[in-house]
Design a protein around this ligand. Structure first.
Ligand code: ATP
Ligand code: MG
Length: 363
């Protein structure tokens, strides 16, 4: 079967190191399960700049538009800090997100029992936690006009505008409800309809889409400030959280700390459905290029491997295989497998990047 096309963009820093471990997982699915992927690989970020003088070539952009899923490692690093803004590694990533119109950013916060003591909260609050935050990514206060700093009388005024159209809210809401149907049929939408017009519209549109198309999904609403409090007080009450760009930025970082290391966190960015009904999609670990540990074999490949598990589930309709992979990760952690970032103060000898990848494949 060649209908599962995947573009791999390892990028910079530890990106290629963690991606090599995903390659092993992909190969395992081919040999052990007969599930094959049409994999192509290309450059992005500083690596693309070094080769082509641009962080993303038009050819790579076109390829990204044509495949079922893009899997990205990380971009950036100190070698590129002094480059002109227009060719910075991060611009490659932003161009991908923008041109693919990836408006729904999914960040799971999942706490594996073996790591529950790593959380910033008590074990019983986070053990078994499995929630998903859907952050609207292409609109809101980060993009709304007018914006800028100007003089008013004799003082400066800084202005940003929170702006959402009905259509932007509706498509994010649909993504959240679709997601809920694949999980536990529960969505909590967060805004501040008590003080913001865009929040009032957000709540109205979410209710309308729900009533018209997703009556089977349980829907609740919460003000985002209360949501932040509940996320820390009792996070297991949630399943899918739907929220806007700014609140999503804050709430997803908050949720990340419930689970422990940055080296564990995957993400997906989804756009509109393609002809085959699946969304345009890019998957990437939440962490960056980690220049401080690059080339030392210290990187934890789990965030990138779990990003591939999300691709299995959301782009390839291979939910059972995604679960299998997540179980393998959970199980090696339960056996005590630890990369350096997962070691407690008691110390010990950490596993290398490749040893962790091998352990997951073996499991
Ligand atoms: P960016 O600006 O690209 O988001 P950043 O400056 O936020 O990058 P990261 O590159 O994500 O930072 O790294 C933050 C810290 O976490 C670093 O100390 C890094 O070594 C560590 N880290 C990040 N990813 C991993 C990983 N996969 N395994 C182990 N440690 C990691
Ligand atoms: Mg960062």
């Amino acid at each position: 079967m060649t209908d599962r096309s995947l573009l791999i963009l390892p990028g910079d820093g530890i990106g290629p190191e963690v991606m090599a471990e995903v390659r092993k997982v992909i190969n395992w699915f081919g040999t052990a399960r007969g599930i094959t992927f049409e994999v192509s690989e290309d450059l992005v970020g500083g690596a693309a700049y070094d080769a082509h003088g641009t962080p993303l070539t038009d050819e790579t952009m076109e390829k990204a538009q044509s495949v079922d899923a893009v899997l990205l490692g990380a971009v950036g690093g100190p070698a590129y800090d002094d480059l002109d803004f227009s060719v910075k590694p991060e611009r490659g990533l932003l161009r991908l997100r923008k041109e693919m119109d990836l408006y729904a950013n999914l960040r799971p916060a999942q706490c594996f029992d073996a790591l529950a003591d790593f959380s910033s909260l008590k074990r019983e609050i986070v053990s078994g936690l499995d929630i998903m935050i859907l952050r609207e990514l292409t609109s809101g206060v980060y993009f709304g006009e007018p914006r800028g700093i100007h003089m008013e009388g004799n003082e400066r005024v800084g202005i940003n505008t929170q702006r959402y159209t009905e259509g932007e809210i509706a498509r994010a809401a649909r993504s959240a409800f679709e997601l809920a149907r694949r999980r536990n049929n529960k969505v909590c939408s967060m805004e501040k309809a008590n003080v913001m017009e865009s929040g009032i519209l957000w709540r109205d549109v979410v209710n309308e889409i729900h009533a018209a198309e997703y009556g089977d999904v349980e829907l609740s609403h919460m003000y985002a400030d209360n949501g932040a409090m509940q996320l820390v007080r009792a996070p297991k009450q949630f399943d899918v959280i739907l929220t806007d760009n700014l609140f999503g930025d804050i709430l997803s970082d908050c949720a990340a700390m419930l689970t422990g290391s940055l080296g564990m966190l995957p993400s997906a960015s989804l756009g509109a459905p393609m002809e085959n009904g699946r969304p345009k999609a890019m998957y990437e670990p939440v962490h960056g290029s980690a220049p401080d540990i690059t080339g030392k074999g210290l990187a934890n490949p789990i965030a990138c491997i779990l990003s591939f598990a999300m691709a299995l589930r959301y782009s390839f309709d291979l939910g059972d295989e995604a679960t299998l992979l997540e179980r393998a990760v959970e199980s090696v952690l339960a056996d005590g497998a630890r990369t350096a970032d997962l070691m407690g103060p008691e110390g010990g000898t950490p596993m290398s990047t490749t040893e962790m990848g091998d352990a997951i494949v073996a499991k």
